[in-house]
Design a protein. Structure first.
Length: 97
């Protein structure tokens, strides 16, 4: 498992930006160790957040990789899943945002 300092900064920064701009999450809450349930989002907003992340990264997060309703999922875990999915894309070497 990665430590907080091993996160890809761009992945976390992009997620933090979504949380701040689109969901008005308090910046002090947006830390790698913060659980999704601790962001102050209701269940609908949490699902909308996941959809916004999927749109930002142009991918779909399979529920078997990350179910946002599951207790204990942190922003760090979300970053790890996203980094893995991006790296596994056939076009990841040629596609840039």
């Amino acid at each position: 498992m990665l430590k907080e300092t091993d996160l890809t900064p761009t992945t976390f920064d992009r997620i933090a930006t979504i949380l701040e701009k689109d969901f008005r999450a308090e910046r002090s809450l947006i830390q790698p160790s913060t659980g999704l349930a601790d962001l102050g989002l209701d269940s609908l907003a949490l699902m909308e957040f996941v959809f916004a992340v999927e749109d930002e990264f142009e991918l779909r997060i399979p529920e078997d990789r990350l179910d946002p309703r599951e207790a204990g999922i942190t922003l760090q875990r979300l970053c790890e899943v996203l980094d893995g999915l991006v790296a596994a894309r056939p076009d990841s070497a040629t596609k840039s945002k």
